[in-house]
Design a protein around this ligand. Structure first.
Ligand code: GTP
Ligand code: PEP
Length: 221
């Protein structure tokens, strides 16, 4: 386990991101098809930028084949690796986790969705502090059906089972559910227009706010 000066674990986060032209398909109705990739990029930029600002986050590895997202997220300080398995979300996460452990076998790592534009660093710090107490731990999404965060302590495989009703699958796999009050920003993934309105109510990062400001009537911003 890598510990900082004050004994805090330093985490590697693995963030999966679909090619922007395909990402956030359920948002099309709310944003229009032409704008949807830009929203998907803004969500990822706000997620990665705020995750990188956490004191206990050592690095963020983004798994994506999208060239624009790769350039923009590299500029923010992320390390981008291609989605070489090309076999969906869980294969991409396993690949990202293997990339982290190839460099640092004793890394504490966690998967984090790229669609958390309201992410607050203080809330992520609390989730990470709780997660370090368990071999594997996860946070359910705001709906209580899916998952937005899954961690693996050093020496433990991530074994991601994201997609659809993943909360149940992660519980069944033995991962511990993190039940903390006041971490809504990490649970608020954005799939639909209603999700985006909920994220805006929590307070989104600057790139998502700027994107919503181009259509204030739709988002009330
Ligand atoms: N690298 C990679 N990331 C993926 C893949 N599928 C989903 N993701 C990412 O996994 C996270 C959770 O996925 P979803 O919430 O379903 O996002 P999405 O697939 O863009 O949304 P929909 O098109 O509406 O299903 C998001 O950060 C996605 O970009 C994949 O095949 N490869
Ligand atoms: C990927 C997931 O769900 P969604 O596609 O609904 O965000 C999940 O919650 O595991």
């Amino acid at each position: 386990m890598i510990a900082g000066d004050n004994g805090a674990v330093h985490w590697s986060l693995v963030v999966p991101l679909k090619p922007l032209a395909l990402a956030k398909s359920r948002l099309s109705e709310a944003t229009g098809g032409a704008m949807r990739p830009r929203f998907a990029l803004a969500f990822a930029q706000d997620t990665v930028s705020r995750a990188l600002s956490c004191r206990t986050v050592r690095d963020v590895v983004v798994v994506t084949d999208d060239p624009l997202a790769a350039a923009e997220l590299t500029a923010l300080g992320a390390r981008v690796v291609p989605d070489s398995p090309g076999a969906g979300l869980n294969a991409a996460l396993a690949h990202g986790a293997a990339e982290v452990r190839a460099r640092r076998p004793a890394a504490a790592l966690a998967a984090l969705n790229a669609d958390l534009p309201a992410l607050r660093p203080d809330e992520l710090e609390r989730v990470l502090a709780m997660a370090r107490q368990f071999p594997r731990a996860f946070l359910a999404d705001a709906a209580g059906i899916g998952t937005t965060f899954l961690s693996a302590a050093p020496g433990t495989e991530l074994r991601p089972a994201f997609g659809g009703h993943s909360r149940h699958r992660h519980l069944a796999s033995g991962a511990v559910e993190i039940e903390l009050d006041g971490v809504e920003s990490i649970r608020r993934d954005v799939d639909t227009g209603d999700d985006l309105r909920a994220a805006l109510a929590l307070g989104v990062g600057p790139r998502t706010a700027a994107r919503c400001a181009t259509a204030p009537a739709a988002w009330g911003s």
